[in-house]
Structure formats: structure tokens, C-alpha cells
Ligand binder design. Structure first.
Ligand code: KG4
Ligand code: ZN
Length: 347
């Protein structure tokens, strides 16, 4: 059963062909270079670029999978969450293809896609990897920070979520404050390696309470005050560089500590569920310091799952195709005439 999957939820035009959990192709056309100069994603630019690229990316994905469009068994598309006018482009294209080849349409939640990025396998990968349910997922992206209990395929219960900014958003905003560029995550991670995480102790967000919810706006404000206090001092280039690296490391330390602590609290609260598997996914899960801390704290007691290759950490359509397989086997199809974008869709 081959699925053609499309994701245009943010600033990547992506089309993939998948077969169960196997990736036959996964094309990602990134727009980052075009958004960079604005310091973040500009929705109208995203829509224009998705419109310009989508046909080409569909063609490339089919070519790389070595199949014709008539050979697919279903079309999957991200319905939300994401930028409304960007989602729209993928949905329209998916409807068009589904009509053209007379194959069913499957609507996928983008965050569900991130979950399934941990099952998606390249040709050399192991297609038999399975989770043992119930499983706990920590989803960390530019728009979301969520702890999700998954009892079986397609069954999600939100255990904790951010009350304000998502962790990826905090990375992006901190990078902007430090005038480092966009997207902030990879830049801050790299700088943090050279900095001292103890230099500027920062409050670890929301860890005074036993809540499983997150908050990142306070941490972001701490960084703002700190940069106002120190960056404008009369310092030479090297001194400034050192301070920026220390701020990045101190911010990252607190950001990661919060993710780990909240996951610990969720696991304590859910101890009667006998969870054995934990999954970490979404753009921020590309962060090696976060994965290292996760392994250190949870690696002995739990089986940990991450996206299986670099391309699967960020937004991509292969994860949408793998998630769609579990809808396909249940014949959970979308109604072509009623499928609409849902920018605020939750799990
Ligand atoms: O999942 P994703 O690609 O898109 C959304 O669905 O939002 O996540 C993008 C987010 C951005 O905020 C980006 O700064 C962050 O993931 N990110 C990282 C790293 N790589 C990407 N954050 C921390 N460390 C990284 N290495
Ligand atoms: Zn995403």
C-alpha cells in the first residue's frame, strides 16, 4: 500500500512516498533562506513558495520512489496545526491528486506525524520497530511543547502542554535577541557547546509546581534582561562572543532541565500505566544536548525512540505518510468535499 504524503504546514514544501513504515522517497524543499532576512516565517511568502514549488516536489518524490502517480493507493495531507494559508496549498493539491487517481484522501495531524517520525524507516532501516503501548511522547517543535500519552495507534491524551511559548519558539526568540539569525535552535545549540551553562543561572521554568505544563516566556524574559544588562556594555569582540555563548548555554540548560523534569513528573503521575517506551520528536529533538540528557535520565529505565534519521527531525512528509498508514488500515478516510485546513488542530 503506497501513500503519497504532503506537508505544507510551515516553511517546508514536502512530499513523500511511503509504504507502511518504509520511506520510498522524502523530498523537502526548504524556504528558510527566504524567511531568514525577516527573522522568522512570513506566512504570505510561505504560501507563495508552496504554490510555486508543490508540483515540482510531487514530481520529484514520485521520481525518487520510482513510481507513477497511478500506482499510489492513497493521498495523505497535513490538515493542521500550522499556518492556515500554507496548509491550504497542500490540502488543495492532495484533493486534486486524489480526484485524478480516484484514491482515498487521509487527513493527518502534523503533531501525529512528528510522533510517527520515530517509526519511519529508510531502505536500510528496520521496518519492524514497534512501540509498546501505553507510551509517553514528548513533542518539541516550533509551535508545540506537549507531553502525550499514547494508548494505541491514533489514541492520544495530552498530559502537559505549554501555557505560552513553545520551546522551539523560545530558542528562535532568544537567537533573535542575541542577533544570531534564524532558525535559532541549531545556532544556539552550537554556541552553547562553547559556553558555560553555569555562567548565568536561569530559572528553570515551572518546576516549583508539580504541574506537567510548560512555560517558556519567563525564561525568554530572563534572557532579554540579561542581554540588555550586558550586551551593551563597552566590551571587545571576544568578550562579547564569550558572553553570548554563556547566555546561550545558560538558556539551553534551563530549557532542557524543564523538559526533563516535566517528563519525570508525568511518568511519576502515570506510574500505574507501567510505561516502558518514551518517544522524543519534533524539530527541537534534533538537539544533541537534549537527547544526551534524556538518555542519562531515562535511558536505563525506558526504551527511548527518536526520529530515525536527520531529515526526520524537522518537518517532512514521510512522517505524515507513515502516520497515514495507520489510518489507511482502519479505512479512516477524509471526505474530499469537507476537508478543510485546521490551523489550531490539537491531538
Ligand atoms: O518541528 P519543526 O521543524 O517545525 C514545527 O513544526 O514547528 O520545529 C522547528 C523548531 C524551530 O523552532 C527550531 O529552532 C527548532 O525546531 N530546532 C532546534 C534545533 N533544530 C531545530 N531547537 C533546538 N536545537 C536544535 N538543534
Ligand atoms: Zn513540525
Amino acid at each position: 500500500m503506497k501513500i503519497l504524503a504532503i506537508d505544507t504546514s510551515c516553511d517546508e514544501t514536502s512530499v513523500a512516498v511511503t509504504e507502511e513504515s518504509r520511506i520510498l522517497s522524502n523530498k523537502v524543499s526548504s524556504q528558510i533562506e527566504f524567511h531568514k532576512k525577516w527573522g522568522g516565517v512570513v506566512p504570505s511568502i510561505a504560501r507563495t513558495m508552496h504554490n510555486e514549488n508543490i508540483d515540482f516536489v510531487v514530481k520529484e518524490a514520485l521520481k525518487a520512489a520510482k513510481i507513477k502517480i497511478e500506482d499510489i493507493d492513497a493521498v495523505a495531507v497535513t490538515q493542521g496545526p500550522g499556518l492556515a494559508i500554507a496548509l491550504e496549498v497542500g490540502i488543495r493539491k492532495a484533493k486534486e491528486i486524489s480526484e485524478q487517481v480516484h484514491k482515498p484522501l487521509i487527513a493527518i495531524n502534523h503533531m501525529e506525524g512528528h510522533i510517527y517520525s520515530t517509526l519511519a524507516q529508510n531502505k536500510s532501516g528496520n521496518p519492524h520497530i514497534k512501540y509498546k503501548f501505553p507510551m509517553l511522547a514528548l513533542l518539541v517543535s516550533g509551535g508545540h511543547t506537549e507531553i502525550v500519552l499514547m494508548r494505541e495507534h491514533g489514541m492520544y491524551q495530552i498530559i502537559g502542554r505549554t501555557l505560552d511559548d513553545a520551546v522551539g519558539e523560545a530558542y528562535d526568540k532568544v537567537a533573535r535577541m542575541l542577533e544570531l539569525g534564524y532558525p535559532g535552535g541549531p545556532i544556539i545549540e552550537k554556541l552553547a557547546k562553547e559556553g558555560d551553562g553555569e555562567a548565568y543561572p536561569m530559572p528553570i521554568p515551572m518546576t516549583k509546581t508539580r504541574s506537567t505544563d510548560f512555560s517558556y516566556s519567563g525564561l525568554k524574559t530572563s534572557v532579554l534582561y540579561l542581554t540588555q544588562k550586558i550586551i551593551h556594555k563597552d566590551l571587545n569582540k571576544d568578550q562579547k562572543k564569550k558572553i553570548i555563548a554563556d547566555v546561550a548555554a545558560s538558556f539551553q540548560k534551563a530549557a532542557i532541565a524543564s523538559l526533563v523534569r516535566k517528563t519525570e513528573i508525568a511518568l511519576e503521575d502515570l506510574k500505574d500505566e507501567h510505561i516502558e517506551d518514551i518517544l522524543l520528536a519534533g524539530g527541537v529533538s534534533a538537539n544533541l544536548a537534549l537527547r544526551k540528557e534524556f538518555r542519562k535520565i531515562f535511558g536505563k529505565r525506558y526504551r527511548l525512540h527518536y526520529p530515525t534519521s536527520k531529515k526526520l527531525y524537522g518537518d517532512n512528509a514521510a512522517m505524515i505518510g507513515v502516520a497515514a498508514y495507520y489510518h489507511l488500515i482502519k479505512k479512516d478516510f477524509a471526505d474530499k468535499n469537507n476537508l478543510e485546513r485546521l490551523p489550531n488542530l490539537s491531538l
